[in-house]
Design a protein around this ligand. Structure first.
Ligand code: IPD
Ligand code: CA
Ligand code: CA
Ligand code: CA
Length: 263
């Protein structure tokens, strides 16, 4: 597998898909709900996933695809090359705001993240990484993350954290919200991972994410020295939904041990 050739191919495919999404703003978008009334999907989410699948099947036969909308393969193991794709991460933002969403893609070989992409479609900003080659924001190399502290950190989290929930002890997370400099909630896990990698936020924590939400971003975050895990501190399992955290290495362990007590 020639990673650099694949990298060029993927960048061009992502830009083409982004162009298709921007064009869709001019027409009618069909919106449906999935698991519940606030879980949205559109014809564009599906079309973009299908565009990737057609191209991958033609140009990379033998590779498998794990996509959110289910048009890819039935993935039960991580053998071989798997493209983990979220065609639109932040569908609610796509529908309501026409911004703050991304295409998210991670390429894994035998379970190891080799390539990662997060494309902020409206701003035409591509965050990308090849394992071992550093992470980039467009053509700019991202610096390694600098040491920070909890009191100087901005943490990405959604409003679930402010309500008692079944995943984590409420008292300790309220303490985290009080102790950090600020919290942010962008509504796209992929973009929040891109922001951790570029140092705009220092950690991103979520009670439940799927493999395609984190596959691309994890590769990028690790290239700048960031750490990724579930709330038990274990490496993410890309076959299941789980808790997830990506953070600057100087606060990752501290958030886990002092603030997030899984129930
Ligand atoms: C969602 C977004 C959101 C996160 C949800 C995800 P989708 O992805 O990343 O920020 O909180 O858990 O499901 O459904 O818009 O691709
Ligand atoms: Ca979705
Ligand atoms: Ca998603
Ligand atoms: Ca999605």
């Amino acid at each position: 597998m020639d990673l650099h050739e694949m990298d060029r191919y993927i960048k061009s495919l992502i830009k083409e898909a982004g162009h298709r999404i921007r064009t869709s703003f001019r027409g009618d978008i069909e919106i449906e709900t999935k698991a519940h009334v606030n879980d949205l999907v559109t014809n564009i989410d599906k079309e973009i996933e299908q565009l990737f699948i057609e191209r991958i099947n033609t140009d990379y036969p033998g590779h498998r695809i794990f996509g959110e909308e289910g048009f890819g393969n039935d993935i039960q193991d991580l053998k071989g090359v798997i493209w983990m794709l979220d065609p639109i991460d932040g569908t609610m933002n796509f529908v309501h705001q026409q911004r703050n969403f991304a295409i998210s893609l991670g390429i894994y070989k035998d379970g190891v993240g080799e390539l990662g992409y997060i494309y902020d479609v409206v701003n035409d900003d591509l965050y990308h990484a090849v394992r071992g080659g550093g992470a980039y924001f467009n053509d700019e190399k991202l610096p390694m993350l600098q040491e920070t502290s909890i009191s100087e950190s901005i943490i990405g989290m959604n409003a679930m954290w402010a309500t008692p929930n079944k995943y984590v002890e409420h008292e300790s997370t309220i303490r985290l919200i009080r102790d950090v400099r600020g919290t942010r909630s962008y509504g796209s896990a992929a973009l929040e991972l891109a922001f951790v990698a570029s140092g705009r936020i220092d950690a991103y924590i979520s009670m439940r994410l799927s493999p395609w939400d984190i596959a691309g971003g994890s590769v990028i975050v690790r290239e700048v020295g960031g750490m990724t895990s579930n709330f038990k501190g274990d490496k993410e399992n890309l076959l299941v939904q789980d808790t997830f955290m990506a953070a600057n290495p100087s606060i990752h362990g501290k958030i886990l041990s002092e603030y997030i007590q899984p129930k």
